[in-house]
Structures are given as C-alpha cells and as structure tokens.
Design a protein around this ligand. Sequence first.
Ligand code: HEC
Length: 145
Amino acid sequence: MSVAARPLLVAGALAILPLAVSAQPPEHDFLQFCVGCHRLDGSGSAQNGVPDMRGVVGRFLRGPTGRAFVVQVAGVAQAPLDDAAIAALLNWLLPRMDADGLPDDFQPYTAAEVAHLRATRPGDVPALRQRALDEVAALEAGAAR
Ligand code: HEC
C-alpha cells in the first residue's frame, strides 16, 4: 500500500464509527452534553426549569424509582452517548454533585442497566420524579421506625 493511501483509510474508518460511541472521559461528556443546561457546577437554571443537582440528585438513588428516573430523564436517556458512556458519566457525576445524598451502599450503574432503563422508558417521566421522592421518603420513614 502506498503511504499516500493511508490517511484516507484512517479517515474512512473514523467515518463508520457509530455516532453514539463516546471514547472521551466522563467529565468531557458532561462538558459537551450537559453543561449547556446544567452549568459547570450543576446549579442549573431555575428560570429555565433546569433543577439544581447540588445536594439533591444523589438522594434519588435511595429508591428503585429514583435510580431509574436519573437514567430515564430526557437529558440523560436521549443524550447521543452509548449506554456505557451514560453509566460512566452518572457514576462520575453523582458523587460530585451529591455525595452525601447517595446511599451508603450505592452500586455504580452498568451499561446493561442503562440499556434496560432506556428501553423501558415510561411515557410520563416527569411524574416519576415525585414518585421517586415519595418512595425515598417512605423508605426512610420505614428505616427510622
Ligand atoms: C437541553 C437542556 C438539558 C440538557 C442538555 C441536559 N439536561 Fe438534564 N435536565 C434538564 C431539565 C429541563 C431537567 C428537568 C426535568 C426535565 O424537564 O426533563 C433536567 C433534569 C435532569 C436530571 C434530574 C434532576 C432532578 O432533580 O430532577 C438529571 C439527573 C439530569 N438532568 C442530568 C443530565 C445529564 C447527565 C445531562 C448530560 C448528559 C443532561 N442532564 C443534559 C435540561 C437538560
């Protein structure tokens, strides 16, 4: 093969990579796909209905509905990232935004779990948010008894 043909082959290989693959570290995915709405520090924008994640988002993981909600919310489920990249992004993001809120036995998301949750996304995701918070409150009340 001539040397001149090589760069073309490389370009061709890159062109057929699927769009939804992320080879970059989670913090870069956060910068590229989330910060536009959520801001660098996760404070969001109350004015635009983007919730503050700081000291809030980890608590969802204390119940199964909340654990699903965090993947199924539109900005996450519909991000142009593959399941493994979403799992890595959330596992990186959650302890940074709300370490105290995460359950002590927090199990990192896996690509398989993200794939399942994306495939079974309910129609009314916003309703999940309140259900998730009610569920966590009930679980905590039960645990305190
Ligand atoms: C276009 C703006 C936008 C982008 C981009 C976006 N989000 Fe969101 N996000 C929102 C809004 C608005 C909500 C509130 C729920 C809703 O309307 O979907 C939200 C809710 C969330 C929630 C639930 C927080 C809560 O307290 O309800 C999480 C977690 C989240 N986003 C993570 C992410 C991550 C991670 C990314 C990047 C992959 C991302 N979002 C990209 C706008 C965005």
